[in-house]
Design a protein around this ligand. Structure first.
Ligand SMILES: Nc1nc2c(c(=O)[nH]1)N=C([C@H](O)[C@@H](O)CO)CN2
Length: 120
């Protein structure tokens, strides 16, 4: 299966379990890979036939900015659900990175893969 990907989409959000984290917004990075048959838009050269990575990026960013979860696990799950529900995607791989959260690590976070209804 082909994919469409978004690499290191940076969004600021309220996220974290500590008191000081509930008072600030922190940068998060999203790497998203989505199954999609790219032969269809390639045949027509028509943006309407694509999985539009700009539309997905804008929707994910707007959602993430509106959230305030404690755990990165919860946010990753909700973003994967949103992508599967609102775009023609049968499988999504998502890496959510929280840069600077742990001293000595460039970033920490989670990676998940989720399938939607009708996925093989
Ligand atoms: N598996 C996780 N571990 C930790 C999380 C998390 O969301 N998932 N969060 C924190 C704190 O919020 C941390 O990011 C603050 O530096 C600690 N561990």
């Amino acid at each position: 299966m082909d994919t469409v990907f978004i690499e290191q989409l940076e969004v600021e959000a309220l996220i974290g379990i500590y008191d000081w984290e509930r008072r600030i917004r922190q940068p998060l990075w999203f790497d998203i890979e989505m199954d999609f048959d790219n032969r269809v838009p390639a045949a027509s050269d028509d943006i309407a036939h694509t999985l539009d990575y700009k539309a997905v990026s804008k929707r994910v960013a707007a959602f993430v900015q509106s959230t305030g979860f404690g755990l990165v696990e919860t946010l990753a799950e909700r973003v994967a659900e949103l992508v599967l529900a609102e775009f023609p995607v049968s499988r999504v791989q998502l890496k959510l990175s929280k840069p600077g959260a742990v001293r000595g690590a460039r970033a920490v976070g989670v990676k998940i893969t989720r399938r939607g209804e009708g996925a093989a």
